[in-house]
Structures are given as structure tokens and as C-alpha cells.
Ligand binder design. Structure first.
Ligand code: HEC
Ligand code: HEC
Ligand code: HEC
Ligand code: HEC
Ligand code: HEC
Length: 368
């Protein structure tokens, strides 16, 4: 009885819910809370200061045409719609992906109350809500969601293709590719964008049908919860003829970082007889520009430098420093979200948190 009352309370409060997110929150509170801290929620120029800084410089801004909206705020171009960023229904109504040279497009389904999703063992099901009564309605078992129908048959939710409408690639007006994520990461049902960036973690997906796990909706990445991905980066040490090598293995099926604003650094500290010295720092970047110099993305027509660690690459980095038995090496790989060289140009040099170096993986080695 208590259950039924709670249920009635939920359903009636839905009628007064202000936003989509508040509605989903009634029955998917853990997922909504994670999502609110994600870069998908904060993807518009209202909530992402890096995106906003680049948009401020963009020639389309003066014309008032928010051309980034297609991916950064797909609900529309009014202030209210832009503030929504990417929402729950954005992804859960993506039926298909259309491939284009400039950037792909999401084909959204016309039915706003049927959500696509993926669940092992239910691949062939389309679930419409029903209540099965027995004992004059005293015992009710429910199947599905009282708020929406679910379609588990969309292949794109099992391979990661659902991510590729926005993430695959983007060209500027010079037909120059600004960023790209290989298709390889969105093919395999065993490991793909979803399994790495939305891992299964503790906590029920819904309050109504309890489950042990749910798929993380904070979307681990360079801006938010990067450490959740450190298991996909390996650091190793090897003695060499002169000096030593540090080996960085990127297990991701795409460049270790994909956005051209990022700068990765490999740092090594050597401790000998209680004294620590920092050895040479190696940087890995992919800088775009024109006339041999870095530029804003809309002016770029060439890759200026590309030392970025590639998909599945094992990068061997040489150090010529002599090492002795008993030496300790502290090895760190990490990054700046905005290359320190570009902060000033973007008027972001006052932002302390953007100057922070984030460590993705750290390991210690003792020389034998
Ligand atoms: C009144 C409660 C309720 C509300 C409100 C609600 N859902 Fe659900 N939802 C459920 C239940 C219950 C299930 C699990 C159904 C099952 O497993 O048979 C579910 C399942 C889902 C699934 C598929 C889960 C799977 O098993 O893969 C998605 C996606 C989803 N909901 C999205 C949303 C979104 C987005 C919103 C807000 C627009 C929302 N839901 C609002 C109750 C609700
Ligand atoms: C085709 C989809 C698409 C369009 C259109 C698009 N972006 Fe993006 N943008 C993305 C994706 C996906 C990411 C995250 C991927 C990454 O970091 O490599 C991103 C990330 C960014 C970032 C990094 C944000 C951060 O958190 O550090 C900036 C800055 C940015 N975009 C600027 C823009 C601007 C300005 C426009 C419009 C002129 C635009 N984008 C248009 C897809 C798009
Ligand atoms: C960027 C795309 C994206 C957005 C935005 C998104 N989801 Fe999901 N969601 C997915 C994918 C993909 C899956 C399938 C995950 C899997 O197979 O492990 C999923 C799974 C789910 C599930 C299934 C249960 C589970 O295992 O976690 C629910 C419920 C759900 N989403 C609700 C929501 C709600 C509520 C929101 C908004 C707060 C939301 N989603 C926003 C992509 C998204
Ligand atoms: C509607 C377009 C869209 C879809 C669909 C989409 N993304 Fe994104 N994604 C973006 C944009 C735009 C950004 C950059 C937001 C920003 O930083 O301003 C982003 C950022 C990210 C990031 C970086 C987060 C961080 O903290 O740096 C990850 C990881 C990510 N997306 C994974 C996914 C996965 C996995 C899927 C599929 C389940 C997906 N995205 C689907 C548009 C999309
Ligand atoms: C094997 C695990 C794995 C798979 C599969 C994977 N990624 Fe990643 N991804 C990573 C790692 C590791 C990083 C780098 C660490 C970080 O950003 O915190 C990363 C970073 C990212 C970023 C942030 C890049 C930036 O410069 O800000 C985006 C966006 C992203 N991945 C999207 C995707 C998409 C889309 C797919 C599917 C095509 C995908 N990833 C497949 C592991 C994976």
C-alpha cells in the first residue's frame, strides 16, 4: 500500500515538474545528479567557460548565429533552449546517425516519449508500460516505466555509434578537419565509447525497479572525472644503452586527448641519495593553424605540430640521463585543458583552475 502511495505521489508530482531533468530525477535520481556535473549538461556558452571564450572570438558571434548549437546545445537557439545544453532526451531519442563531410548529424526520432536504451539480454525488446494485477488489484507488478516507453532494439546504443553524430569529426569552412575520433571506437559491442566513458558503477538506475548498477552519466573525460579513465593508460620503464626509456601506452581507440586546445606533458623526477631532480618534460600536442603558425580553428588549414599520442599507440620516450642502481623515478603523465600558450589570447589567463596541471597517471620505479 505504501508503495502505491509513493507511486501516486510521484506520478502526480510529474504533472507539475518544471523541466525535463526534474521529471527524470523523480525516478532516476542518481543518474540525474551525475549528469548535472557532466560536460554534456554544461556544454553551452552559458556553462562552459572554455567554449564561451572561443565562441567570444568567433566571427559568427557578431551575426548572432550560434553555429555551435548543433552539438553544444541541440534543443534550439532561444536563450532557454541554449541553457539546456545537451539533455537526457537528446541522446535517448537519437535513432540514427547521418554521415557528412563537414560533421555528422543526429537523426532524432519523432516520438518524444519513447527512449532508446541498451541492456544486455533485452536487445530485442520494446517495452510499453503495463501493470499486471492480481488479487483484485492488491498486488501489482509493473513492467517498464510509467512515464515513457523503452526501445532496446537500437543497435547504435550497443556499439557507441550513438555518440558519433557529435563526436566523429568536424571541418571548418576551409574543409580542414579540426578534430576527429576514429570509427574504431564505436564498432565493437564489447568495448566502445560507452563502456569506457559510461562504466557500470554502484547504485540503482531507477528508484522503481532496483538494480545493483547503473551506467555512469557524468561522462568521464578531460574536464570531469579524468581519473576514472586512468586504467586505460599504462606507464613503463626500461633501461637503455645510454639512459632509459619511459613507455606510454594509450589503450584508447582515439588520440589520447582529442581537442586541439589540450597539451599533454610527461614529467619525470629522479631521486638519488635523498635529492630530487626534475628531468626534461616532454609535451605532446596537436596544434592547428595556418602559415606555419597556430591559429583559431576557423582560420586553420593545416596541422602545425602533431606529437599527440595516437590511438592504441605505445610511445617510447628516450631519456639520456645516466641512472644508478637504487635511483627512484617518479613518472607522471597529465595535461592542461588549455595549452598555457593559448590562455592569454582567449582572455582566460585569470582563470586559476584552467592553469592547473591534471595528473592522469602516476607511477614509481626503482632502478635495479
Ligand atoms: C515515473 C518514473 C519514471 C520517470 C519520471 C522517468 N523514468 Fe525512465 N524508467 C523508469 C523505470 C521504472 C525504468 C525501468 C524499466 C524497466 O527496466 O523495465 C526506466 C527506464 C529508463 C530507461 C532505459 C533503462 C534501461 O533499462 O536501459 C531510460 C533511457 C530512461 N528510463 C530515461 C528516462 C528519461 C530521460 C526520463 C526523463 C525524461 C525518465 N526516464 C523519466 C521510470 C521513470
Ligand atoms: C559537430 C559537433 C560540434 C560542433 C558543430 C561544435 N563542436 Fe565544439 N565540441 C564538440 C565535441 C564533441 C567536443 C568534445 C570533444 C573534444 O573535447 O575533443 C567539443 C569541444 C569543444 C571545446 C572544448 C571544450 C572544453 O571543455 O574544453 C571548445 C572550446 C569547442 N568545442 C568550441 C566550439 C565552438 C566555438 C563551436 C562553434 C563555432 C563548436 N565547438 C562547434 C563538438 C562540436
Ligand atoms: C550523451 C548521451 C546520453 C545522455 C545525455 C544521457 N544518456 Fe542515459 N544512456 C546513454 C547510453 C548510451 C546508455 C546505455 C548505457 C549502457 O549500455 O551501458 C544510457 C543508459 C541510461 C539508462 C539505463 C540504465 C543504466 O544502466 O544506467 C537510464 C535510466 C538513462 N540512461 C537515463 C538518462 C537520464 C535520466 C539522462 C539525463 C539526466 C540521460 N540518461 C542522459 C546515453 C545518454
Ligand atoms: C548532441 C551531441 C553529443 C552527443 C550525442 C554526445 N556528445 Fe559527448 N560531448 C559533446 C560536446 C559538445 C562535448 C563538449 C562539451 C564541452 O566541454 O563544452 C562533449 C564532451 C564529451 C566528453 C568529454 C567530457 C569531459 O569531461 O571532458 C566525453 C567523454 C563525451 N562527450 C563522451 C560521449 C559519449 C560516450 C557519448 C555517447 C554515449 C557522447 N559523448 C554523445 C556532444 C555530444
Ligand atoms: C578503451 C577506453 C576508451 C574508449 C573505447 C574510448 N575512449 Fe575516449 N578516452 C579514453 C581515455 C583514456 C581518454 C583520456 C583521458 C581523459 O580524457 O580523461 C579519453 C578521452 C576522451 C575525450 C576527451 C578528449 C579531450 O581532448 O578532451 C572524449 C571526448 C572521448 N574520449 C570520447 C570518446 C568517444 C566518442 C569514443 C567512442 C568512439 C571513445 N572516447 C572511446 C578512453 C576511451
Amino acid at each position: 500500500m505504501k508503495k502505491i502511495l509513493v507511486f501516486i505521489a510521484i506520478v502526480s508530482s510529474l504533472m507539475f515538474a518544471k523541466s525535463e531533468m526534474e521529471t527524470c530525477k523523480k525516478c532516476h535520481p542518481i543518474i540525474v545528479e551525475e549528469f548535472q556535473n557532466s560536460m554534456h549538461k554544461k556544454s553551452s556558452f552559458y556553462d562552459d567557460e572554455i567554449h564561451s571564450a572561443v565562441w567570444d572570438k568567433h566571427p559568427s558571434k557578431e551575426k548572432g548565429d550560434y553555429s555551435c548549437a548543433k552539438c553544444h546545445a541541440p534543443h534550439g537557439k532561444t536563450e532557454e533552449e541554449i541553457k539546456k545544453g545537451i539533455s537526457c532526451s537528446t541522446c535517448h531519442t537519437i535513432q540514427n546517425i547521418e554521415h557528412h563531410a563537414q560533421s555528422n548529424s543526429n537523426i532524432y526520432s519523432k516520438d518524444p516519449k519513447t527512449f532508446f536504451s541498451a541492456e544486455k539480454g533485452r536487445e530485442t525488446q520494446k517495452v510499453t508500460y503495463k501493470q499486471e494485477s492480481s488479487f483484485f488489484g492488491m498486488n501489482k507488478t509493473t513492467v517498464g516505466s510509467p512515464y515513457h516507453d523503452i526501445d532496446y532494439t537500437n543497435e547504435n546504443f550497443y556499439t557507441g555509434q550513438v555518440c558519433m553524430g557529435c563526436h566523429s569529426h568536424r571541418q571548418n569552412s576551409h574543409e580542414f578537419t579540426l578534430c576527429k575520433i576514429d570509427e574504431d571506437g564505436a564498432k565493437d559491442k564489447g568495448q566502445n565509447c560507452i563502456t569506457c566513458h559510461m562504466p557500470k558503477i554502484d547504485g540503482s538506475a531507477t528508484t522503481i525497479r532496483k538494480s545493483k548498477n547503473h551506467s555512469f552519466h557524468g561522462f568521464a573525460g578531460a574536464r570531469h572525472k579524468p581519473q576514472m579513465l586512468s586504467e586505460y593508460i599504462e606507464l613503463d620503464f626500461k633501461k637503455a644503452a645510454s639512459g632509459f626509456n619511459i613507455i606510454v601506452k594509450n589503450k584508447a581507440p582515439h588520440d589520447l586527448l582529442t581537442h586541439p586546445l589540450r597539451a599533454i606533458e610527461l614529467r619525470v623526477n629522479l631521486t638519488r641519495d635523498g635529492k630530487t631532480t626534475a628531468l626534461k618534460t616532454n609535451s605532446f600536442i596537436k596544434a592547428i593553424g595556418h602559415d606555419g603558425k597556430p591559429s583559431m580553428p576557423w582560420l586553420a588549414n593545416a596541422i602545425i605540430v602533431d606529437t599527440m599520442i595516437k590511438a592504441n599507440e605505445k610511445r617510447v620516450v628516450d631519456y639520456n640521463d645516466t641512472i644508478h642502481s637504487g635511483d627512484k623515478l617518479e613518472v607522471q603523465i597529465g595535461y592542461y585543458v588549455v595549452n598555457p600558450g593559448a590562455l592569454k589570447q582567449l582572455n582566460l589567463d585569470e582563470k586559476k583552475e584552467l592553469k592547473k596541471f591534471t595528473i592522469l597517471k602516476q607511477k614509481y620505479f626503482t632502478v635495479e
